[in-house]
Every structure is written in C-alpha cells, then in structure tokens.
Write a protein that binds this ligand. Structure first.
Ligand code: ACO
Length: 385
C-alpha cells in the first residue's frame, strides 16, 4: 500500500533550539544583547563581590538570600554530606590513573546513586536532600580522584571547611591561602547557573521523564564535557600553551580565523555583548596572575582578547566565561584537565535547582524532528541488495 505523506505537524524547525523557550524559570536571567546576568534578580557582579558560593546556591534553590541562621543551617547540611560511602572510595581506588577526570567524575557521580536508598524517591524533600548530597560530595570526588591518579593517599573531607577551601585542602593536602580559596569561590559563584545552557537542558530532558536526580546530573556532566560547552576552558588553556610566546598571538589567531576555526573561549549562543562573567574574571584573572607570577599568561590572554575584538567583535563574538577562567584556574595551580570538573562542582547547583523547579510543573521534554528521508520504499530481501 502506498502512503501519501502530508506535513503531520505544524511545528517550526529551529536548528540547535536557538529560539525555543522550553520552560519558565525563576533562577537566572540573561540579557544577551546588553551583557547582563542576574541570579534571582541580583547582578552577578554584586554576588561575586559580596557573597560566598554556598550563599549563592541557597539563593538559587530558594529564590531568596538566606538569613545568617538559614545560611548556617544550610552549610551544616552540606558539611554533614561531604563523606562518601566506603564503596565509592574503593571504586575510586580501582579507576585507571590514566582516566580523563570528566569520565571518572561522570562514573563516580552515577555510582553514588547505588548507595543512596532514596535515589528513586521523587518527593521534593528527598530531591532537596539529594541535591545537597551531590553538591557536597562532588568536590570530594574531584579532589580525591586527582590524588588517586597521582599516586597519593586520599584526604578525607574536613567538615569544618567550606566548599572552596575544603576542595583545595583535599586536592593539595594542605589548606590554601585565603586569596586562593576566595579566587576559587568567585569562580564557583560565576559558573553556578546560566539559564537553559546545553547541560542544564540535558538534565531537564532526563528529569522530565521522571527519572532521578543522579541520572539527570550524570547526563549533564556528559554534556558539559564537550569543547563547545564546559570543555572550552581546557581547550583555552591548550590554545594558550600552543601559541607559546605572546608575539605569536597575531599569526595564530589570524590563521585560525582564516581557516574558519573557532577560537576557544569566544562566542556565545546568547551573549552578543561582552559576557559579564568574562568581564568580571578579566580583572580578577589579571590581579591573580600578577600575584602568582603568571603575568605572561595573562598578557597572552589579553592580546588574544584585543585582537579578537578588532576582528570579530562586530559579529557579536566576545570572550565567554571560559576564556579568563582558564588563566584564573591556572593561577590557582589547578591541573588543566580539572578545569571542567570544577565547572561541574559549581554548575551542579544550577542543574539540580532547575530539575527541582521543573518537577513542580513537569511535562515530558519531547521535541520532534523534520523527517527528510524517502517514503514508499520497496523492501528488498537481503540476498538481492
Ligand atoms: N571563534 C571564531 N568564530 C566564531 C566563534 C569563535 N569562538 N564563535 C562563533 N564564531 C562565528 C562562526 O564561525 C560563525 O561565523 P559565520 O556566520 O561567518 O559562519 C558565527 O560566529 C556563528 O557561530 P555559530 O557557531 O553558528 O554560533 P552558535 O551560537 O552556534 O555558537 C558557540 C555558540 C558554540 C559557543 C560558539 O561560539 C563556539 O563554538 N565557541 C567556541 C567554544 C566555546 O568557547 N564554548 C563555550 C561557550 S560558553 C559555555 O558553554 C560555558
């Protein structure tokens, strides 16, 4: 029987979902034309200057800044959840030292669900507890996987420390300076949420099937890893390394643009003005690089920024958050392949916040595709093909 095909639905094809609004959210607001980012109505710059990461997570999850006692209570909840099940420590010890940290992290976060008896409890209270658990345990996984691959003993989390200080203490086996802990804390604030970016959207697709928070976060980690998204901060560092001396910037960038290759850490789907996170990090990275003897790295970044401005700013291409975060992380002394895991440590706040928010009025995420293949084909037996 032959089928006459008609357009089965009136949907509009929107490549890359660039103009699709998939849900409502009260967490973060982006004005891409004017370079504005707000978390619950508070400018990112103000939060980076005055808040801590923990306070910002509370803001995103509760849509209001905490009082002193609310913040103390929240920090206590996080600290009570830092430690890992023994089976996870054992599993971490058995991972190959050669594993890419993002692969290791995705695997370990997924494995946490195996030891959480309420993994599949979809009640809001349980999801909130799991959100706190994931926020608290992720830094422990990242720092200790790094220790494992470098042949060092694990350092258990110290429940008296905040997230940024605690992470650097586990990673390096000693307490960081106040400046380093603050630098990381600022980066965590700046990366905590950003509307329906690819990884948040991926998490929402998963949670919208009424799967579970661990599955949603595992999906999101896999999505963040790509160099067009969170993996760009590592790609920026590799580029800075590849360029070598600052005198080579012009030739390198000119060649990239001539070949129509992407310059990592530039461009954004939403921002057509300077990304406010990059603006904040630019000044911040400059100071930190100066204090840590990494001026040449910063000068190289600035030279790229200046040249890209001359060449492509008119097309709305400016540095994004990943560009100056590379210099910042390097100045903190972090291994390049930990840059994206640190992004996870922060963005987990946004992922789980959006999942919990979306579940209050859930609808299965299920777009359609435009079929462009043939119809009415004749089936050919295999021996005749
Ligand atoms: N370097 C050079 N040219 C660029 C760049 C860049 N980084 N980004 C975009 N362009 C150009 C494209 O070549 C294209 O030019 P054309 O119109 O002449 O063909 C135009 O700008 C539009 O680019 P698209 O890739 O179609 O824009 P899209 O909105 O899909 O891309 C993206 C956004 C993926 C972030 C892109 O800018 C990019 O690949 N940047 C580099 C990777 C990166 O830094 N990613 C991190 C983003 S922030 C984050 O996820 C945390």
């Amino acid at each position: 029987m032959s089928i006459t095909m008609s357009t089965p639905h009136p949907g509009r094809f929107d490549k890359g979902l660039a103009d699709t609004i998939a849900a409502e959210s009260a967490m973060s607001y982006i004005d891409g034309a004017n370079g504005v980012l707000e978390y619950v109505g508070l400018e990112i710059d103000t939060l980076a200057r005055n808040s801590t990461f923990e306070e910002v997570v509370y803001l995103l999850w509760h849509q209001k800044l905490p009082t002193r006692s609310q913040l103390d209570g929240f920090e206590e909840d996080i600290r009570a959840e830092h430690d890992l099940p023994q089976a996870i420590w054992d599993m971490m010890s058995s991972l190959p030292a050669s594993a890419v940290p993002m692969h290791a992290l995705r695997t370990l976060v997924s494995a946490l669900s195996l030891y959480d008896p309420e993994a599949d409890d979809q009640s809001p209270a349980s999801n909130q507890r799991k959100a706190t658990r994931l926020l608290a345990k992720t830094p422990v996984l990242i720092a200790n996987f790094d220790r494992h691959r470098n042949g060092k003993d694990f350092v258990k989390p110290d429940p008296s420390l905040g997230i940024a200080t605690g992470f650097l203490t586990m990673l390096n086996g000693k307490k960081p300076t106040k400046t380093m802990a603050q630098a990381l804390d600022v980066c965590l604030i700046l990366h905590a949420d950003h509307g329906f970016n690819a990884s948040t959207f991926a998490a929402l697709v998963t949670i919208s099937t009424l799967s579970d928070i661990y599955s949603a976060v595992t999906t999101a980690i896999g999505t963040l890893k790509g160099p067009l998204h969170g993996g760009a901060n590592q790609a920026v560092m590799r580029m800075l390394d590849e360029i070598g001396d600052v005198s080579k910037v012009e030739a390198y960038i000119t060649d990239k643009l001539r070949r129509k290759e992407k310059v990592m850490g530039f461009g954004h789907r939403v921002y057509k003005a300077y990304d406010p996170r990059a603006a904040y990090l630019k000044t911040f990275a400059g100071q930190l690089a100066h204090d840590t003897g990494n001026q040449t790295l910063y000068e190289k970044s600035e030279a790229i920024d200046k040249l890209m401005h001359e060449r492509v700013a008119s097309k709305g291409i400016h540095p994004n958050v990943d560009f100056y975060s590379a210099t910042t992380y390097y100045s903190i002394g972090l291994a390049v392949d930990l840059f994206t895991p640190i992004f996870v440590m922060s963005r987990i706040a946004g992922w789980v916040g959006h999942c919990i928010e979306y579940l209050t009025s859930n609808k299965l995420m299920r777009p359609r595709c435009e079929y462009v293949g043939p119809h009415n084909q004749q089936y050919m037996p295999i021996e005749k093909r």
